[in-house]
Each structure stands twice: as C-alpha cells, then as structure tokens.
Design a protein around this ligand. Structure first.
Ligand SMILES: Cc1ncc(COP(=O)(O)O)c(C=O)c1O
Length: 438
C-alpha cells in the first residue's frame, strides 16, 4: 500500500467540487415565464428572449450584432456561410481543437488546412500561417483554446495582407478580452457554444457575433431557413436551414450572462492561486499568459506534464492518480483533428478535397503537427473550470493533489489500474465507459 489513493492511500480530496452547471431561482423564474407565454420556440425569428439575449451578449463582447443559434458547431457553420465561404475554398484551422471547429468547414464543402499550435499557448501558431496560404485560401479560423487567446494581432495582419476573413472560435472564451476587446469582436465574426460544459450554458446553444450588418443579415437568413433578415439592407438570398435557438434556452442564457462576471472573478483568483502553487514543481510546465489578453476566460486550466522529467511515467498514470485523489482531470481532451477517430474523413463525401488535384487530399495522412501531437498524446493536463468556482481551500486542494502525485510518482511505475486505462482512452472510445461526458 502506498501513499497515493491509486495505490491504496487516503484520497486527498473526498468532497466534490462546485457543481456544474450553476443555477438559481432566477433560471427557474425565467423558464416559468417563457413556459407560461406559450412562446417557446425560435420562431417568430428572432424570438423575444433569443433577440434580447443575443443583443446583450454581443454588447458584452463589444460587437454590434448578435445571433442566437442551436449550438456551437452550427454557430461556426453560420459564421463561415456569412463570411461567404464557398465550395472549394480553403480555411486555415488549428490542428489542436475540438472536431466541431473543423466539421463545418467540410460540411460547406470547403477544405480545412491544418496548422500547428504554439507551444506557449496551444493556440494557432501565427508564424506558420503564411506558408500555407494559396490562391484558394479565404479565411482563418483561430480557436481561443482552454484559457488562452490566439494571437489576434498577427492573425489580423496576415488576414489583411491576404484579404482573408477571420472567424474566431470562442467556444471556450465567454467574457475573455484581447486588448480590452471581447472575444469574437476583433475578427469579422465570433462563434460561441453554450453546450453543458461551457462557461455559460443552456444545455445546448450557440451564438454568432459581428459588427458588420451585411454579415449579420447573411447569418440571420441562413439560420432562419433563408428568410429575409429583419433589416434586409443587403438583400442577399440563400438557401438556409432551421438553426434557431429556442426561447427556453435564451431565457436561461440571459441569467447565465448576468452571473458570468462574478464567476469569472472567482475562477481567475482560484486559478492564479493554484498556478502559483504548482509553478515550481519539477516536470510541470505552465502555458504563457500573454499580457495582451486583458481578461482571461478559462474554460479549463491547462498545464504541461513532462513524462521525461517524471522518469518516463506516462501522462495517463499521472492523470489516473490525480483523479483518484479526487480531482477531475483529462489529457486526451483534444487530439490533432487529422488523427482523431472522430474525424474519419472520406473524400467521396467531400468532393472539394478532389477538385483540381491529381489525387484527393488525404487529410488524415498529409499532416504532422508536432506541437499538437505532443500536447495531445504526451503532455497536456486539462482541469475543468467549475472546480475553480469554489473556495481558496478548493484551489489549494487541487494544488496539493498535484504535488502529492508528483512527489510520489514512483508509486505509478508499471502500475496497471482501471483509472489509468480510462485516461488513455480517446474521446471516441469513452462513451463505452462514461455516463456523463463533458
Ligand atoms: C473549440 C470548440 N469549438 C466548437 C465547439 C462546438 O460547440 P457545440 O458542442 O455547442 O456544438 C466546441 C464545443 O464543444 C468547442 O470546444
């Protein structure tokens, strides 16, 4: 029997952390009000709460217009469509992200072009973008990942030089700021998710923000089955779909938005406290905090585990042990999309991958992004935001658990344990063993 919980010792943390999602009677009242109005859906469009929420959400981030949609994947599709992405166009995406960043590009029969991420931030490496630009490139789709912004200054410079649209994937960045401007408001469009795990949630949901009336009108038409937008100044017509958010979701999100600033304060204070406690642990590396990121929105706290510094003990063992100490954590949270089992791309289904090319692009074989691959398979440790929504003692417990596992890492050598096996499983495999998935 060892000291670590995974080898039979007492777990460091026995109580659960703050529950997520957070809610109060305010959500219950808002829902009741929509229920009794009998006006539950997304139509007439935009419906009362969806419109009110989208306006407030856009203003909160410093954009002129906001549109509420059914989920974050759809928000990206709507933003791409509004930006005028057409079949055969190329869209630059980071290799290290959720598959939902990339799927909509293919859905529009455009071609995703993967670029590696920076080892300092795990976000799109701006130094690598220019070399992949071709005459077909139309947009850059940076993701503000986990707790960092992509370098919007450099991305903006490249985009202006080559006349490309910038669509920010802000699924992790509600309330975050880059140079005092809200997430999604620096690029042409910003796309957000309100899926259960996110910093604000209605179970599902998404939003698109922009300061261009033309893009906003296109986004509205596409989301509302091709109908004219409320203003219809640009009179663009297109085939659209029903991608509307219900007013039940929007009513919850209005309340969640009011709560966000206070939660952000608590989370940031606890994450900083935690960070200071683990800063000097040998073998643990921190991501950089860019001073241009003037407000952090941390969807997950991410740090680096160096297997070499821990005698070759793999990350899955560290994570399994940390979870057994009572701290929820993940490593294979994302994979380089081109390698992920959730990305079994078949060129027959996406004909643009073949257009004008001697052979179809084999997206699964043609890329090697070393930083993304190391982050995904060896070093990244992801801690969910809600565990930082409690007390300072909670933050200390998380740090103490990291220290405890680091100091007793030798107990994990050659250890086999179901908790370790689970941490080595990809997101594609996990539904077999997990009931609840974030
Ligand atoms: C980076 C990123 N992009 C896009 C999405 C898609 O959002 P949704 O799950 O609401 O469709 C998510 C969330 O799951 C995400 O984390």
């Amino acid at each position: 029997m060892g000291k670590l919980a995974i080898t039979g010792g007492a777990p460091l943390r026995k109580r659960p952390f703050a529950a997520w999602p957070a809610y109060s009677n305010d959500e219950a009242r808002a829902l009741k009000q929509v229920l009794s109005s009998r006006n539950w859906g997304g139509y007439p469009f935009p419906n009362t709460h969806a419109d009110a929420f989208a306006r407030k959400f856009a203003r909160f981030h410093g954009a002129r217009y906001g549109l509420a949609v059914a989920n974050g994947t759809i928000a990206i599709e709507v933003a791409l469509k509004a930006a005028g992405i057409r079949p055969g166009d190329e869209v630059i995406v980071p290799a290290y992200t959720w598959e939902g960043t990339v799927g909509p590009v293919l859905l529009l029969n455009a071609v995703p072009v993967f670029v590696d991420v920076s080892p300092d931030t795990y976000c799109l490496d701006p130094r690598l973008i220019e070399s992949v630009i071709t005459p077909r490139t139309r947009a850059i789709l940076p993701v503000h990942l986990a707790m960092n912004f992509a370098d919007l200054d450099e991305i903006g410079r490249v985009a202006r030089r080559h006349k490309l649209a910038v669509i920010e994937d802000c699924a992790h960045a509600h309330g975050g700021k880059w140079r005092s401007k809200g997430a999604g408001a620096t690029g042409d469009l910003g796309a957000f998710s309100f899926q259960s795990s996110k910093l604000m949630t209605a179970g599902e949901g998404g939003a698109v923000i922009t300061s261009s009336l033309e893009l906003y009108e296109r986004a509205q038409s596409y989301t509302n089955c091709g109908r004219a937008s409320a203003t219809d100044r640009y009179r663009r017509r297109m085939i659209g779909f029903n991608y509307r958010m219900t007013d039940l979701q929007a009513a919850i999100l209005e309340v969640q938005l009011r709560r966000l600033p206070q939660q952000a304060k608590v989370r940031e204070a606890n994450m900083s406290r935690f960070e200071n406690r683990i800063r000097n642990v040998h073998g643990i590396g921190l991501l950089a905090r860019d001073p241009r990121q003037t407000r952090t929105a941390a969807y997950q706290y991410v740090f680096k585990y160096s297997p070499e510094s821990f005698g070759g003990i793999p990350r899955a063992a560290f994570l399994g042990a940390l979870e057994m100490e009572g701290v929820p954590c993940d490593g294979l949270f994302y994979e380089p999309v081109y390698k992920s089992a959730l990305f079994p791309v078949d060129p027959q289904e996406y004909p643009a991958l073949s257009w004008g090319r001697a052979a179809p692009l084999d997206l699964r074989a043609m890329y090697h992004c070393p930083v993304s691959e190391r982050a995904a398979y060896e070093e990244s440790v992801w801690l969910p935001h809600h565990i930082f929504l409690g007390s300072r003692k909670d933050a200390d417990d998380i740090a103490d658990a990291v220290l405890k596992v680091s100091e007793n890492i030798h107990e994990l050598r050659r250890l086999k344990h179901p908790a370790i096996a689970r941490k080595a499983m990809s997101r594609a495999e996990r539904p077999r063993v997990e009931k609840r998935q974030w």
